[in-house]
Design a protein around this ligand. Structure first.
Ligand SMILES: Nc1nc2c(ncn2[C@@H]2O[C@H](COP(=O)(O)OP(=O)(O)OP(=O)(O)O)[C@@H](O)[C@H]2O)c(=O)[nH]1
Ligand SMILES: [Mg+2]
Length: 232
């Protein structure tokens, strides 16, 4: 496991009428959603470490009452402080990424302004939510949904909007699969079935903290080649 598995059944997603083109002239807005504790902040940190030398990056975090996720990213020093903004949603996390996206849009635009329009990528981490929470296309150009194997290996089969429709499904904590008795092959088959050819990545942010397969997917979306040193 580790590579991004694109199970293509003959559909050509390059011509998917629902897939908006990657924006030009402003940063790509990448939403990261998924259930509580699946590894969204850990993945955000991993992507920052993997990509910060090749891209101009910033992050918006969403928590209900606290700024814990932003505090964690600052403590880990994954980016300079002025590239991390916390949004306190004060309500159901999905509301702030789907229905009333104004606080998040303000945060995104403020980051873009602060950095003089030089940003390539802004990651927006959602608060942990349920399986139906997807980002509005008005907030995120692309989105990743993060599950973990400890949440049960039947979750991909049950589907839900996040699992089925996210641009990339990440199934994290593969290191825990033997401990919780989750069948990764079954998860891969079920995910492929409900996702209609969209890609799935299996990660262990414990064992491979750089999330190389996800970083590579982001490069692909942005049309960037991996730098020589990271290509090995
Ligand atoms: N064993 C293991 N633990 C992991 C992995 N990835 C993340 N964790 C741990 O899982 C816990 C939750 O990770 P977070 O990144 O905070 O999860 P989150 O989705 O951001 O959580 P919320 O924002 O609270 O919804 C932390 O203790 C992480 O260290 C992994 O691949 N393997
Ligand atoms: Mg988090």
């Amino acid at each position: 496991m580790g590579a991004v598995h694109a199970h293509d059944h003959g559909h050509d997603h390059a011509h998917d009428p629902y897939e908006a083109p990657v924006p030009e002239g402003r940063a790509l807005r990448l939403g990261i959603g998924g259930p509580v504790g699946s590894g969204k902040t850990a993945l955000t940190a991993a992507l920052c470490r993997a990509l910060r030398d090749e891209l101009e990056l910033a992050v918006v975090t969403n928590d209900i009452y606290t700024t814990e996720d932003a505090d964690f990213l600052r403590r880990e020093a994954v980016l300079a402080d002025d590239r991390i903004t916390a949004v306190r949603t004060g309500a159901c996390p999905h509301t702030a990424i789907r229905d009333d996206i104004s606080a998040n849009l303000d945060a995104v635009e403020e980051l873009e302004e602060r950095h003089g329009g030089a940003l390539d990528l802004i990651i927006v981490e959602s608060g942990g939510d349920n399986l139906t929470a997807l980002f509005s296309r008005g907030l995120a150009d692309r989105q990743i949904f993060v599950l973990d194997v400890a949440g049960g290996d039947d979750v991909p089969r049950k589907g839900g909007l996040g699992v089925a429709a996210a641009d990339l499904l990440v199934i994290n904590k593969t290191d825990l699969a033997p401990l919780v008795g989750s069948d990764l092959d079954l998860m891969a088959r079920d995910a492929a079935r409900v996702r209609d050819g969209r890609p799935v990545a299996f990660t262990s942010l414990r064992q491979r903290p750089g999330a190389p397969e996800v970083a590579e997917w982001v490069r692909g979306v942005l049309g960037r080649a991996a730098p020589r040193a990271a290509a090995s």
